[in-house]
Write a protein that binds this ligand. Structure first.
Ligand SMILES: Nc1nc2c(ncn2[C@@H]2O[C@H](COP(=O)(O)OP(=O)(O)OP(=O)(O)O)[C@@H](O)[C@H]2O)c(=O)[nH]1
Ligand SMILES: [Mg+2]
Length: 419
């Protein structure tokens, strides 16, 4: 199976809890608060690695967690930070948030990195809550939960030119002949199961050529390797359609042309309209020599540039490559996907809504804030209420008409409103 679309779950580490502790010194009966902060939770990052060409690393393993931060210690000691979880992806990986479809990144450059789930902050130790009026706070903040989300990773090849054609047309043979890439070549259909990229070095320039799995009728609707493969063609700028002019598999060259042309059109009209050169292949075979002139003529009247080649002897390949390179120079580079935003920018405004009898407060990070509060601790609770007041949330609830005895819910936590 060829993997170019996977779903994974990523969870950043939780921040370590802050510590509650008081200084103990000889002959000092009651020392001040000295509980240290918790460590930061680890982030989950994606990094682009040039040597990868598939997402197959995510075939079986789908859950990734970064390490949690360690709890703060006495004597002001800060807990250790959690371990980051670094996931390697191939160049051309598009990252989406699965739930919303929001594109978080279009990862192209090797080495580029993005944080897809941010680790939680460490909770502050009780030393931080000391004030002139609260000299001995007996509470600390809990660590912030790490972000968690489901991601969709999609690999889109970053090739300038794509080779399309029926199985056995000679696409892999062509790539092997003109680049240092070594795709598998064999006399049976669907030899190529995953795209293979090769760099074609020309005198003045170079371009990336992608050998793609063979297409068959119905590919646009999923037949053969169908859709998985057509997706890759979208970002190439030029197509080379390879046709077995010797009809080795019994499909005459004109039919071969039409079948692929149809599939491209049915998948997306723009694909069929992309600049396309035709390579009539296997010209070393007598059957091809015989059929080629008439086929070439027909395709030329349709407006195509046709090249007669043999990947076996190398005949005709140089003009094809020269023309391809020249064509690329006239075409703009593909733009990165529009609307890329970073994970921190996923909007999540604070809202207060009444769901039935319950007042639900959501967004603005309030769920995380609450999770940092040790609800079993009286002082921590008071601190939390102070925070709600400072943020204007209590006033907003009053304005919205909340009454004593009503239920308020944040995340999983509910409580009864008393003014
Ligand atoms: N005689 C001759 N045989 C060729 C030529 N090009 C390819 N072949 C043969 O055709 C068969 C298929 O070649 P591949 O390069 O694997 O074809 P493909 O288009 O990559 O096929 P799939 O990966 O299955 O889609 C192999 O047996 C090749 O040796 C050629 O120019 N002349
Ligand atoms: Mg092949």
């Amino acid at each position: 199976m060829f993997l170019d679309l996977v779903r994974i779950k990523v969870a950043a580490g939780r921040g370590g809890d802050g510590a509650v502790s008081f200084r103990r010194e000889k002959y000092v009966p009651r020392g001040g608060p000295d509980g240290g902060d918790g460590g930061r939770g680890g982030d989950v990052l994606l990094v682009v690695r040039e040597d990868l060409s598939t997402l197959s690393a995510y075939r079986f393993e789908k859950n990734f967690r970064a390490g949690d931060g360690v709890r703060g210690g006495p004597a002001g000691r800060t807990g250790a930070d959690g371990r980051d979880c670094v996931l390697a992806v191939p160049p051309g990986t598009v990252v989406r948030e699965a739930e919303t479809g929001t594109v978080l990144a279009d990862l192209v450059e090797p080495g580029s990195t993005i944080v897809v789930a941010r680790g939680g902050r460490g909770g502050r130790g009780n030393a931080r809550f000391a004030t002139p009026t609260r000299k001995a706070p007996r509470f600390a903040e809990r660590g912030e939960p790490g972000e968690a989300r489901v991601l969709e990773l999609e690999l889109r090849l970053l090739a300038d030119v794509g080779l399309v054609g029926l199985p056995n047309a000679g696409k892999s043979s062509l790539l092997a002949r003109v680049s240092a890439a070594r795709p598998k070549v064999a006399a049976y259909p669907f030899t190529t199961l995953t795209p293979v990229l090769g760099v074609v070095e020309m005198e003045e320039t170079a371009f990336v050529l992608a050998d793609l799995p063979g297409l068959i009728a119905g590919a646009h609707a999923g037949a053969g390797l169908g859709l998985e493969f057509l997706r890759h063609v979208e970002r190439t700028r030029v197509l080379i359609q390879v046709i077995d002019a010797a009809a080795t598999d019994g499909v005459n060259p004109e039919d071969a042309f039409v079948q692929i042309d149809e599939e491209l059109r049915l998948y997306r009209t723009e694909l069929a309209e992309k600049p396309r050169l035709i390579a009539l292949n296997k010209m070393d075979l007598p059957a091809a020599k015989q059929a080629a002139p008439a086929v070439a003529e027909k395709l030329r009247t349709k407006g195509f540039e046709v090249f007669c080649v043999s990947t076996a002897t190398g005949e005709g390949l140089a003009p094809l490559l020269r023309r391809t390179a020249a064509l690329l120079l006239t075409l703009p580079r593909p733009a990165p996907l529009p609307g890329v935003i970073s994970p921190e920018q996923i909007p999540m405004p604070l809202s207060i809504e009444k769901e039935g009898e319950v007042w639900v407060i959501k967004g603005g990070g309030i769920e995380r804030r609450l999770a940092m509060t040790d609800l079993g601790n009286e002082e921590a609770l008071r601190y939390w209420q102070g925070w709600l007041a400072r943020k204007g949330i209590l006033d907003a609830l009053r304005e919205a008409g909340i009454r004593p005895g009503d239920t308020v819910r944040i995340g999983e936590t509910e409580w009864t409103w008393e003014d």
